[in-house]
Design a protein around this ligand. Structure first.
Ligand SMILES: C[S@@+](CC[C@H](N)C(=O)[O-])C[C@H]1O[C@@H](n2cnc3c(N)ncnc32)[C@H](O)[C@@H]1O
Length: 245
């Protein structure tokens, strides 16, 4: 395992960074719910896999043995958990690189058309500029490469849940890794210029709270895969009104 773009020795991180990393490392319930989707989405990826916002490493075990993984994670406190998760995998450490990424968080450090797949879970809510991040994802993917994602997203416009998301946004930005609970991330992905996009909307129920999610994949065009082949599957409980939200 190699760590790049971090000062040596690795900083502890601020109190807020440490709290966010701890919460991320202890998200067992979420992980239990999301496990079948992760198995289906990540289990067939091969080659160079770039993960954005790798957190404490909850996705590592789902990737096939042969991937060459690079995880972008700017929070040094999360990197400590990530290091541990990688060492527990028992895989060739040279295939795992932890990268702090670009300090502005707007550019990916990977070269153009270098990645077979890009993966992102619960991180597009946190990045500073999701449109710029999606442009970067398309840039670094090889032609025909896949972007696989699971993200929590905005509730239907005008709903009580959406009003709640707007209300708690300042707090969740401050205390939960810059998390914006009201992002319409499905639109950002849909508009990013992929030739194929498959998005499923679903919900998780946390006590009295409902958390809307999306999961799916999007594919970059190639000479044999043109935009005219674009297919979009929107499934799940919100499929009827997803365009209008
Ligand atoms: C809610 S956590 C999710 C972590 C992990 N992917 C998971 O599923 O549990 C969001 C992560 O995105 C990271 N992050 C925020 N901005 C980022 C950026 N511009 N590039 C890469 N990661 C970023 C945060 O440091 C944090 O670890």
């Amino acid at each position: 395992m190699t760590i790049v773009n971090f000062p040596v020795p690795l900083p502890r991180g601020t109190a807020r960074q440490r709290a966010a990393a701890r919460a991320n490392a202890n998200a067992g319930l979420y992980e239990m719910f999301l496990a079948p989707r992760k198995r289906a989405l990540f289990g067939e990826l091969h080659g160079n896999v770039l993960e954005i916002g790798a957190g404490a490493g909850p996705n590592l075990a789902y990737f096939p043995f042969d991937v060459r993984w690079r995880g972008i994670e700017p929070n040094p406190a999360a990197v400590r958990y990530l290091q541990q998760a990688i060492s527990m995998l028992g895989r060739p450490p040279e295939n795992y690189i932890i990268d702090a990424g670009d300090p502005e968080g707007r550019r990916l450090t990977a070269p153009d058309a270098s990645q077979d797949a890009v993966v992102c879970t619960l991180a597009l809510c946190s990045v500073a500029d999701p449109d710029a991040m999606l442009r970067e994802i398309v840039r670094v993917l090889k032609p025909g490469g896949k972007f696989a994602f699971i993200e929590h997203v905005a509730a239907t416009r005008g709903s009580g849940l959406r009003a709640f998301q707007e209300l708690i946004k300042p707090l969740s930005i401050l205390f939960e890794d810059g998390c914006h609970p009201n992002r319409e991330t499905w639109k950002t992905i849909y508009d990013a210029g992929f030739v194929r996009v498959e998005i499923e909307h679903f919900e998780l129920h946390e006590g009295i709270l409902t958390v809307p999610f999306i999961s799916g994949w999007a594919q970059k065009g190639s000479p044999t895969l043109q935009r005219s082949h674009r297919t979009t599957v929107i499934a799940g409980s919100m499929r009827q009104n997803w365009r209008s939200r």
